[in-house]
Design a protein around this ligand. Structure first.
Ligand code: IPM
Ligand code: MG
Length: 369
């Protein structure tokens, strides 16, 4: 069996290592049952990297990330490192790996599993069957724009500055991803900005309209970001694919995530440009954070990370059947009423992180039998 796919695992902080442990078991299962073999390398990121290497992402780990076929990340951050200088904070590691790998396209699906429709804080009929894909620009905008910093003005007042900036090429490359995904889905693309206030939004809208000529089978619409936030909680099923900038995407994806009942269920993929062979640099991570309040207590929901691994099979390796299999197994586990605390419902069975991983493996066994 050829071990050809190189995977770098960066568990990170908080619940990161626990949820990643369950993915390792799924990989072990795939190895045995599906003849899918990965060369798995481990690395440090975030607070864990800071403790061991004095930086939230070392050059050595960055080199490994550039050399592998895909990166799977857990989560970064925690109260322990909040007071560190900005450059040493765990989040800088995450922002650096996104930027250095040029992962400009962040795909954040918000899918409501039938068994969890009642776990949403919204009325069940509003969210049942929900399937939205948020495409967030990830390497530009106010997250990276210059000038930035805190300065002291001549009058002694301090001033914090960040810059929202987008070039046409940055808008076009993320726009194309949005159109292409919409083409494969329901053909509806919602471009979100604040063209009523921001020039970067005006340019964003103009470029999306220009692009739309090349995608006659996709219906392009536009929405201001504030309205989009409102519409997401009012009537979320009106959306198919949403394409938006880095900051709006950060906010709207958390909002969309909660429609599904729990952040603990949501995977994401961050993709770079395709090379000549069509391969993209890619990083997969759950949308949830490091949840320091429950870290080490076996309470974390590993499903978002397992689903991120399934996204990796789908987007990086074209292993659609295997991705489907994992998603189906998770659906069955949920249908059987097995729940971690974050998605607990009356009458369901509360399980630990490890028991949830085990339940998925058992379902995989059944499905593959
Ligand atoms: C996310 C997170 C990050 C972001 C933080 C941890 C830097 O909120 O992935 O959505 O703002 O991009
Ligand atoms: Mg966020």
């Amino acid at each position: 069996m050829a071990a050809n796919k190189k995977l770098l695992m960066l568990p990170g902080d908080g619940i990161g290592p626990e949820v990643m442990g369950e993915v390792k078991r799924i990989i072990g299962w795939m190895d045995k049952r599906r003849s899918v073999s990965f060369d798995v390398e481990m690395g440090l990121i975030g607070g864990a990297a800071y403790e061991a290497e004095g930086t939230p992402l070392s050059d050595k780990t960055m080199e490994k990330a550039m050399a592998c076929d895909a990166v799977l990340l857990g989560a970064v951050g925690g109260p322990k490192w909040e007071k560190l200088p900005f450059k040493d904070q765990p989040e800088r590691g995450l922002l650096r790996i996104r930027k250095d790998m040029e992962l400009f396209a962040n795909l954040r699906p918000a899918i409501v599993f039938d068994a969890l429709a009642e776990a949403s804080t919204l009325k069940t009929d509003l969210v049942k069957g929900l399937d939205i894909m948020i495409v967030r620009e990830l390497t530009g905008g106010v997250y990276f724009g210059e000038p930035r910093g805190i300065t002291t003005l001549p009058n002694g007042e301090r001033q914090g500055v960040n810059t929202q900036v987008y070039t046409t090429s940055e808008i076009v490359r993320i726009g194309k991803i949005g159109f292409e995904l919409a083409q494969k889905r329901k053909g509806q693309l919602m471009s979100v900005e604040k063209a009523n206030v921001m020039e970067s939004g005006v340019l964003w809208r103009e470029e999306m309209i220009k692009l739309s000529a090349a995608y006659p089978n996709v219906t392009l619409n536009h929405m201001y970001a504030d309205n989009c936030a409102m519409q997401l909680v009012r009537a979320p099923k009106q959306f198919d694919v949403i394409v938006t900038d880095n900051l709006f995407g950060d906010i709207l994806s958390d909002c969309a995530a909660m429609l599904t009942g729990s952040l603990g269920m949501l995977p994401s993929a961050s993709l770079g440009a395709a090379d000549s062979s069509g391969r993209r640099k890619a990083l997969y991570e759950p949308v949830h954070g490091s949840a320091p309040d429950i870290a080490g207590q076996h309470k974390a929901n590993p499903l978002a990370t397992i689903l991120s691994y399934a996204m990796m099979l789908r987007y990086s390796f074209d292993m659609f059947e295997d991705a489907d299999l994992i998603e189906k197994a998770i659906q069955n586990v949920l249908n059987a009423g097995i729940r971690t605390g974050d998605i607990m419902q009356p009458g369901a069975t509360l399980v630990s992180t490890e028991q949830m991983g085990e339940a998925v493996i058992k379902e995989l066994d059944k499905l593959a039998a």
